[in-house]
Design a binder for this molecule. Structure first.
Ligand SMILES: [Ca+2]
Ligand SMILES: [Ca+2]
Ligand SMILES: [Ca+2]
Length: 420
C-alpha cells in the first residue's frame, strides 16, 4: 500500500494527535496564519526571489550575516505580503538546508523598515537537477561539461533551486518528488528534433534519452495541513523556453515540465508518472492542491510553445475564478514600451519584468493555481505603483530584489461549496 493511499486518512489522524507531532510548531502555525478563527483561510504565494549566486556556497555566505541588501528586500517583500505557504524559486540548494535556515534567522525573523518579522516553523528543500553533470553533450556543441550539459542549466549542483517556507505543517513522510522522472517516459513527449537530420525527434541520442530527466530543477508534491485538511502544494520551476536553437529543446522541455502537473492532477492522465521512490500515478481523485511556481510561460505573449501555460489554465481541475493582478504591471508596461506595446495579454497579470527592447517584454510567468474544490478569496501580484513607498522593493532594471514579482492567492480550505 503506497503512501498516497495512507494519506487519505492523515487529516483525521493529524487532528487527533496534533500535540504529539510538534506541539510548539503547530501552535505557531495556527496562531500566526492570516487565517480566520477556524484556521482555514490560507495565503499561498510564489516568489522567484533571485536568491541564486554565481558560485557554490556564496548564498550561504551572503545569508550568514544580516547585511545583504537584496536578501533584505526579498525578506521585506515576504513580510509585507505575509504568505502562509511560500515557494521561493531561484534559491540555491545545499544538502543541509543551511541557506534556508539562515534566510529565516537573519532575514525573515528580523523586521525590515517597519514590517513585522515573520516566522515559518516548517521548511522544505531537496536536491535540484540544475548543475548536476549529465556526462553527455546535451547542447551538441562538441564538448561535454558546463551549465548547458547538466541535467538542468546550472554552474554547480543546486544552483537556481527551490525552497518552501510554511506556517502550516508539511507532512514530510508523504512528500513526493519527481527529480528523476525521465522525459522519454511521458507518453507523447515533445522530444526535440535536430533539424539538420532527416530522422524525427533526434536532438538527443537514445543513450542521452535513457538518462534525461524531465524536470530542470525538480517537481515536489508537498502535502500541507491547513485547518485539519490536506492541501498539496505542487511546486516546480520549468526551464525558460529560450537560450537554445531551432530545435527548441528548452521550449519543448518547458511545455512538458508544465504538463507534468497538468497530468498529475487529473487521475485518468497521471498513471504513467513515477516518483523518486518508485511510486506510480498522480493525485488521488478529489484531493485539494495549489500549483505554484515560475512556469516560464505566458499564455499569450513571449516565446514558450503555444498552449504551454494553457495546460494548467484550461485544466478541468484548476480554479481560475480569480486571476492575480496588480496596478504596477500596466503602469510599467506603458512606461517601458517596446515589446509591451504589441502584447496581447493584459499587463495587469504580468509577473516578470523582462527586457523590452530587444526582448520579450513583461510577462505573466509566475502562477498560484488552486484546485476547484478550494474557494479563491483574493489574488494579487505584488507590483505597486511608482508613487507607492513600497515601489522601492520592486524597482526597475537593475532590480533591487528580483526581475519577478511575488504572486499570492488566498483560499478557503473546506467549509464552503467550491466555486466552479
Ligand atoms: Ca556541450
Ligand atoms: Ca532530425
Ligand atoms: Ca521590462
Amino acid at each position: 500500500m503506497g503512501s498516497r493511499a495512507r494519506l487519505a486518512g492523515i487529516a483525521l489522524l493529524a487532528t487527533m494527535s496534533l500535540l504529539t507531532v510538534d506541539g510548539a510548531a503547530l501552535a505557531a502555525a495556527g496562531g500566526g496564519a492570516t487565517g480566520d478563527h477556524d484556521g482555514r483561510r490560507a495565503r499561498f504565494a510564489t516568489f522567484n526571489a533571485s536568491l541564486n549566486r554565481a558560485a557554490e556556497g556564496q548564498l550561504i555566505a551572503d545569508l550568514s550575516t544580516p547585511g545583504n541588501i537584496q536578501a533584505q528586500n526579498a525578506a521585506e517583500t515576504i513580510q509585507r505580503v505575509r504568505p502562509d505557504v511560500l515557494l521561493i524559486n531561484e534559491f540555491d540548494f545545499d544538502a543541509h538546508g543551511e541557506a534556508a535556515r539562515l534566510f529565516q534567522r537573519n532575514y525573515l525573523s528580523v523586521g525590515h523598515n517597519g514590517a513585522a518579522p515573520i516566522h515559518y516553523p516548517f521548511r522544505f528543500v531537496a536536491p535540484s537537477n540544475t548543475g548536476i553533470p549529465s556526462g553527455f553533450d546535451l547542447d551538441n556543441n562538441g564538448l561535454v561539461g558546463g551549465p548547458n550539459d547538466a541535467f538542468g542549466f546550472g554552474a554547480y549542483p543546486g544552483q537556481f533551486g527551490m525552497a518552501v517556507f510554511s506556517r502550516f505543517p508539511i507532512l514530510r513522510r508523504h512528500v513526493r518528488t519527481f527529480q528523476l522522472f525521465l522525459w522519454k517516459d511521458m507518453p507523447g513527449a515533445l522530444l526535440p528534433d535536430d533539424p539538420a537530420t532527416p530522422a524525427p525527434a533526434d536532438w538527443y541520442s537514445p543513450e542521452e534519452l535513457a538518462v534525461f530527466r524531465l524536470s530542470s530543477k525538480s517537481h515536489w508534491d508537498l502535502p500541507v495541513l491547513v485547518g485539519g485538511r490536506v492541501v498539496h502544494a505542487l511546486v516546480s520551476h520549468p526551464t525558460p523556453p529560450v537560450f537554445d536553437g531551432p530545435e527548441d529543446r528548452n521550449g519543448t522541455r518547458n511545455f512538458d515540465e508544465i504538463r507534468l502537473w497538468a497530468d498529475y492532477v487529473v487521475p485518468s492522465r497521471g498513471r504513467y508518472l513515477y516518483d523518486d521512490q518508485g511510486e506510480r500515478g498522480g493525485l488521488e481523485r478529489g484531493a485539494s492542491f495549489v500549483i505554484m511556481g515560475d512556469q516560464n510561460s505566458d499564455p499569450s505573449d513571449g516565446d514558450s510553445v503555444p498552449g504551454a501555460a494553457q495546460q494548467l489554465l484550461e485544466n478541468p481541475r484548476v480554479n481560475t475564478s480569480l486571476t492575480p493582478s496588480s496596478p504596477g504591471g500596466p503602469e510599467q508596461a506603458a512606461l517601458q514600451g517596446g515589446a509591451n506595446l504589441t502584447h496581447r495579454g493584459d499587463p495587469a497579470f504580468d509577473t516578470a519584468d523582462f527586457a523590452d527592447v530587444p526582448g520579450p517584454g513583461n510577462l505573466r510567468a509566475d502562477y498560484v493555481l488552486p484546485s476547484r474544490n478550494l474557494r479563491m478569496l483574493e489574488a494579487r501580484v505584488f507590483w505597486p505603483l511608482l508613487t507607492d513607498p513600497l515601489f522601492r522593493l520592486v524597482g526597475v532594471f537593475p532590480f533591487p530584489t528580483s526581475d519577478h514579482r511575488l504572486v499570492w492567492v488566498d483560499v478557503r480550505v473546506g467549509g464552503h461549496r467550491a466555486n466552479r
